[in-house]
Design a protein around this ligand. Structure first.
Ligand code: SF4
Length: 360
């Protein structure tokens, strides 16, 4: 039987579990400290915890449920990890170096059902959700990699923007966030974490209703329904009007800023009229919204899309600015490795299959 990952328990869940199994509350504090502060690699290394408790934990939980399959390192310090899960599935995790710290991009599902037409990950339907433990373990694997270099470096930021739609794995996402935020453990500040959704309106509302202070990014990618449906088929089920209603609820409830992600695709959604339409769509929300322009990173799987020219990107940015919209252009990382989301994984799967993946 596959044991659950110990990293999947929040501190409260671990405390309750240990108490239900006859152990005092302070044991949970000890174990938590060994997991996230001392960052030991096995239960046997928790030397202050009594043997009976360690045996119990070892009987029920695993500390390692995935192994590093491949790691690519870019000249800018970006590390792309490919992990093999216990069932053989492969997932990607990326470590990026910024001026402000070290950020990790995590995956939340094996494959994805949203089917964005520009995305290498979306070519493979979701085969399962990751558990909260598997999401936390990605952070831990990267942190242990940093620890092993002895440079005293710590993951300071998290972006939930890897493969999968995080809001389609909502309960595990929320547990994951509570675990990494916990001030007794990794203590990653809520404001240093960003969750990105393709726009599942009901879940945006549910997320607004939690007590979490985590940042939210929404993949918009087009200023009208016709174009957005072409780029993201999810727009058929959840059109822009529904999405905007949910965004308004979120803004009103949380008073926090949101990011609207906009991937620039040459001659598709990158023209001045698109920028003007986008500015109108943002409208009164401009006080609390930042548009993040993302230059498209071409992938073999989607030859129909090309990168916009520098001039077009600048013109799009200037048009938004002139309309009073706060916006930025995303810096790229790892351009000399398989940096686009899902690229490393899909390359590996192609190698295994010995054939190209058919586009859906
Ligand atoms: S961009 Fe994100 S939501 Fe869209 S298909 Fe890719 S992984 Fe899924």
């Amino acid at each position: 039987m596959i044991k659950d990952s110990i990293y999947g328990l929040t501190f409260e869940q671990l405390t309750d579990w240990l108490q239900e199994h006859g152990h005092k509350k302070f044991r949970a504090t000890q174990v938590w400290d060994y997991l996230y502060r001392k960052r030991v690699r096995s239960f046997a290394d928790m030397t202050d915890v009594n043997k009976e408790c360690l045996q119990l934990l070892d009987n029920h939980f695993a500390m390692v449920t995935m192994e590093e399959h491949t790691r690519q390192e870019s000249s800018d310090g970006t590390n792309k990890f490919l992990f093999r899960l216990h069932d053989g599935n492969l997932i990607e995790t990326v470590l990026m170096r910024h001026k402000y710290g070290l950020s990790v991009c995590v995956t939340t599902q094996v494959g994805c059902n949203i089917g964005c037409s520009f995305c290498a990950s979306g070519l493979l339907a979701k085969s399962r959700d990751l558990t909260s433990g598997e999401i936390v373990e990605q952070i831990m694997k990267v942190q242990l990699h940093l620890d092993s270099k002895g440079l005293d470096e710590k993951v300071s930021h998290i972006v939930v923007m890897g493969i999968g739609e995080p809001f389609d794995n909502f309960t595990n996402l929320i547990d994951f966030l509570r675990i990494v935020i916990d001030h007794k453990g990794l203590a990653i500040g809520s404001r240093r974490i960003t969750v990105s959704t393709s726009g599942l309106a009901k879940k945006i509302v549910e997320f607004a209703d939690t007590d979490l202070q985590v940042n939210l990014a929404i993949s918009l990618h087009a200023p009208n329904n016709e174009l957005r449906t072409r780029i993201m088929k999810i727009n058929k089920a959840i059109p822009i009007e529904k999405l905007m209603e949910a965004i308004d609820y979120y803004l009103d409830k949380t008073k926090r800023r949101i990011t609207l992600e906009y991937i620039l695709l040459r001659d598709v959604n990158d023209q001045p009229e698109h920028a003007l339409e986008l500015a109108r769509l943002v409208g009164d929300r401009r006080q609390l919204a930042n548009v993040n322009l993302i230059p498209y990173n071409p992938v073999d799987e989607h030859s129909q899309y090309q990168r916009s020219s520098k001039e077009t990107i600048t013109a799009f940015y200037d048009t938004l600015k002139k309309q009073g919209i706060s916006c930025s252009v995303r810096l790229e990382h790892g351009t000399d490795i398989d940096a686009a989301c899902g690229q490393l994984r899909s390359k590996q799967l192609r190698k295994q299959d010995g054939a190209d993946i058919a586009a859906v």
